[in-house]
Each structure stands twice: as structure tokens, then as C-alpha cells.
Design a protein around this ligand. Structure first.
Ligand code: ACO
Length: 426
């Protein structure tokens, strides 16, 4: 039997059904609230509002739990490759060996982009931010695959998804190389997704490679580097109805092209309060520069009159710990020597963590290190510059965005996103 909530306004009472999902808090169904009462509900930033139903990702922020399609993130990040996780998010099941080989092969072949799109990068100024180039290039990708606007059957939906997942690393490497003013490197179909991205970032024209300085390995791209970046991609693959995913769903709700929705998601992710935080974390560690300055910056972060925030701390949903951060911290500890992590940055990061976790200000507000606090030091060791960190997030998250886009399109209850307002103007 459905449980109901009763709301009393003046002398009238209204009943609203309480919906129960498979996990997580119950949800009050207020869809008819305005029609019934003539009132709106007020919830800036959607702190208490479920904007959709979804079967993709589940987070329990109090327990620090994250699952994709029911699987705990700890299991996916340690036992599976990123592309297996992609397959899971799109298809709702992990691939068999044969399915994985086919998917991997398909993505290798779809990694190439039209030469016209490659030329687009020549028109950007060299100092353009990679996120701006990436968002523009993904929007431009819709001109090459306009048919996907009306994609409805399962086969073409999957083709549309595989295309964007496969091409994002290529476009990201083009953006990076445009910034350096060096020729792009075409994808190498003999390399796995993550290795191929590192190859397109690092190779000299003609394909020759040098090992990353500081990394102990005999191959041009070591298995440790591939594993580290693959794990980072997995940890970023989806995160329920965050700001960029909500943006993707909002654009989807208007019937726009799927790649236009992904382009908008990239723009939403770019901000410092969201994916842009990873770039800011390392910039902040460099600014602090020495462990003897840590106290001064902690004090600034606590000062209500100072806009300074400790980047990589706090999360809208996680109020205990961010499970992704825990996995990355372990990875950081394991790979410290093999990846030659920057010991000075690590020392400052550890000091901040130690002080903040024991400080009343941070404890009271439940502010813990988030994923971005740990990813930057690992990415730096992989030779990825700060201004590319958020593009790395994009590479990992594209599968989440496109899975959520597909789910939205199949949702019979989906409507155009059109919130109301509390008008306070003249
Ligand atoms: N440093 C210092 N104080 C902080 C921080 C921080 N990083 N984060 C929150 N606070 C304080 C706020 O000043 C506020 O204090 P008050 O109650 O005295 O006013 C309180 O904690 C609550 O903060 P809100 O901004 O209301 O929390 P919200 O849930 O809206 O924001 C957010 C979450 C945006 C992540 C915030 O914690 C923040 O700005 N963190 C730094 C940026 C960051 O690391 N972003 C990455 C998020 S993870 C991701 O997108 C992958």
C-alpha cells in the first residue's frame, strides 16, 4: 500500500504519495502540488529535490557509499578496466570476455575524427583553455553526426554513445597539443583506450615516445601509468544527478542533439565548484608552497569574511567521506615510488589533510577531502599539466553523461526541465 504524506495549508489538507526506490531516502511526489494548491515549492540548488528517477548510480552520502548499476565502486575500481565499467553503465551488465573484446575493438576504431574537425583546432588561439576547445569541438561533432538527433533504436543509440566515448580522448589530446603549438597525433588502434590517450598526449610527430621522467618502467607507457589513469577514469565515470549531469538532462529535455547536451555538460563541469576543482587543488598546493604556510591558509579558509576555500574539500552529498577519495589516497600511497609522485606537493597535501580532519570548523561542517584533492598529484606524475585536469574528468565522465542521456530519452515520465521561481522584483 502506498504511504501518503498530508500537508495542511490553512484549513485545507492535501495528500501526496511517498515513493520508495530500491535504495536511498523516500521521495515525496509533489507533481500535482501547484495544481492542487496554487503554490510552488522553493529549493535553490535542488538540495531536497529529486529531478528524475534513475537506475544508473546510487550514492549514500552519510555512509560514503557509491555504486554503479549496483556494483560498489571499490570493486569496480580495483577489479575491472575502465572500458568494462563503460560497458556496464551503458548496458546495465558487465561484459563477457567476447563482449569486452568487441566493445574495445569498436572504440579503438571509432577514436578517429573527421579531418575537418581536426582543422577546427587550428583556429583556436594557443592560449585557449582546453575545456573551451573541448566543449566547442564536441558541439561541432554534432554537425558530423547530425542523424543522432533523431536516434531512437537501440543499435544507433549505442553507436552514438560509443562514438562520443571513443572520440573524447582524441579531442582532448588535440586541445592539449594545440596549446603547445605541436602537431596532433592520430589514435593508435593497437593501444587500449587509456594507453592510447597517454600516447596521443606524449608522442612526437611520427609516433616516437620517451618514457615519462621519474617513472620506473621499461615500456614507453608503463602498466602502472595505465592502471592509475584507468582507475581515475573509473572513479569519475558517473555520479548521479550532479550539476553537469543535470545540465545534460536539461538540454536533453528540450530535444537538442545528444552531443550538444554533452558539450553543455562539459561547460558545467568546468567551474571551480565542480570538476574545475582538480585544477585548483594543485594550483593551491603550489601557492601554499611550504608546510610552514599551511596554518595560514587553513585560517583563511575558516574566515567567514575571506572568500578563500580549501579546494578539494567538501561535497554536497558526501558528509562522512568520499569513497572515490579513499581509493585514490590508497593508490597515491601505493604508487608513490613507482610514479615518482611530487614529494613536496604530497607533504603539503598530507599536512592540510591532517590539520583539517582534526579541526572543529571542518568537522562541524562535515568537510572531508573529495576526489579532486588526490587526483591532481597523480595526474602531475603522469605528465598531465594542470589545465588538462578537468579534461581528464570529462574523458571519464562522458560515459555517465551519455548513459543518463539515454535513460532520460527512454523515461516515459520525462518532461522538459522548467523550474518555477519566487519572484521578488518590481
Ligand atoms: N573550505 C572552507 N569552507 C568550506 C569549504 C571549503 N572547501 N566547503 C564548504 N565550506 C563551508 C562553507 O563556507 C559553509 O560554511 P558556513 O555554514 O559557515 O556558511 C559550509 O561549509 C557549507 O558550504 P556550502 O557551500 O553551503 O556547501 P555546498 O554543499 O553547497 O557546496 C562544495 C559543496 C561546492 C563542493 C563546497 O564544499 C566547495 O566549494 N568546495 C571546494 C571546491 C571543491 O573541492 N569542489 C569539488 C567538489 S567534488 C566534484 O565536483 C568532483
Amino acid at each position: 500500500m502506498t504511504e501518503n504524506a498530508t500537508i495542511k495549508i490553512g484549513d485545507k489538507t492535501y495528500k501526496y504519495p511517498i515513493l520508495e526506490g530500491t535504495r536511498g531516502p523516500k521521495v515525496l511526489d509533489i507533481r500535482t502540488f501547484y495544481k492542487d494548491t496554487g503554490m510552488f515549492t522553493y529549493d535553490p540548488g535542488f538540495t531536497s529535490t529529486a529531478s528524475c528517477s534513475s537506475a544508473i548510480t546510487f550514492i549514500n552520502g552519510e555512509k560514503g557509499e557509491l555504486r554503479y548499476r549496483g556494483y560498489p565502486i571499490e570493486e569496480l575500481a580495483t577489479k575491472y578496466k575502465y572500458l568494462e565499467v563503460c560497458y556496464l553503465l551503458i548496458n546495465d551488465n558487465l561484459p563477457s570476455k567476447e563482449e569486452f573484446l568487441e566493445f574495445d575493438n569498436e572504440l579503438r576504431h571509432r577514436a578517429f575524427v573527421d579531418e575537418g574537425l581536426r582543422k577546427l583546432f587550428d583556429s583556436f588561439p594557443r592560449n585557449a583553455h582546453p575545456m573551451a576547445m573541448l566543449s566547442s569541438a564536441v558541439s561541432a561533432l554534432s554537425t558530423f553526426y547530425f542523424d543522432h538527433l533523431n536516434t531512437t533504436n537501440e543499435k544507433s543509440l549505442r553507436e552514438m554513445a560509443a562514438r562520443i566515448i571513443a572520440k573524447i580522448p582524441t579531442l582532448s589530446s588535440f586541445a592539449y597539443r594545440r596549446g603547445l603549438g605541436i602537431p596532433i597525433i592520430y589514435p593508435d588502434i593497437d593501444r587500449y583506450f587509456t594507453e592510447n590517450f597517454l600516447y596521443m598526449m606524449r608522442a612526437y610527430p611520427g609516433g616516437k615516445m620517451h618514457k615519462q621522467p621519474g617513472i620506473r618502467a621499461s615500456k614507453d607507457i608503463s602498466d602502472i601509468e595505465i592502471k592509475a589513469l584507468d582507475t581515475i577514469f573509473t572513479l569519475h565515470a558517473d555520479h548521479e544527478q550532479n550539476a553537469s549531469t543535470t545540465t545534460v538532462r536539461t538540454v536533453a529535455s528540450t530535444g537538442a542533439h545528444p552531443y550538444a547536451a554533452i558539450s553543455a555538460g562539459i561547460d558545467a563541469l568546468w567551474g571551480r565548484a565542480h570538476g574545475g576543482a582538480n585544477e585548483s587543488v594543485v594550483a593551491q598546493l603550489e601557492l601554499i608552497n611550504d608546510i610552514k604556510n599551511v596554518d595560514k591558509y587553513i585560517k583563511k579558509a575558516k574566515d567567514p569574511d575571506d572568500p578563500f576555500r580549501l579546494m578539494g574539500f567538501g561535497h554536497r552529498v558526501y558528509k562522512n567521506f568520499d569513497p572515490r577519495a579513499r581509493i585514490l589516497k590508497n593508490l597515491q600511497d601505493q604508487l608513490k615510488n613507482e610514479l615518482g609522485l611530487d614529494s613536496k606537493l604530497l607533504e603539503i597535501a598530507h599536512k592540510i589533510e591532517e590539520i583539517a580532519l582534526n579541526d572543529e570548523y571542518f568537522k562541524k561542517r562535515k568537510l572531508y577531502p573529495n576526489i579532486d584533492f588526490y587526483s591532481g598529484v597523480i595526474l602531475t606524475a603522469l605528465g598531465i599539466p594542470k589545465n588538462m585536469f578537468t579534461a581528464i574528468f570529462v574523458i571519464g565522465r562522458t560515459v555517465g553523461w551519455i548513459s543518463q542521456w539515454m535513460e532520460f530519452k527512454k523515461d516515459k515520465k520525462a518532461k522538459i526541465a522548467r523550474p518555477r521561481q519566487l519572484y521578488i522584483g518590481p
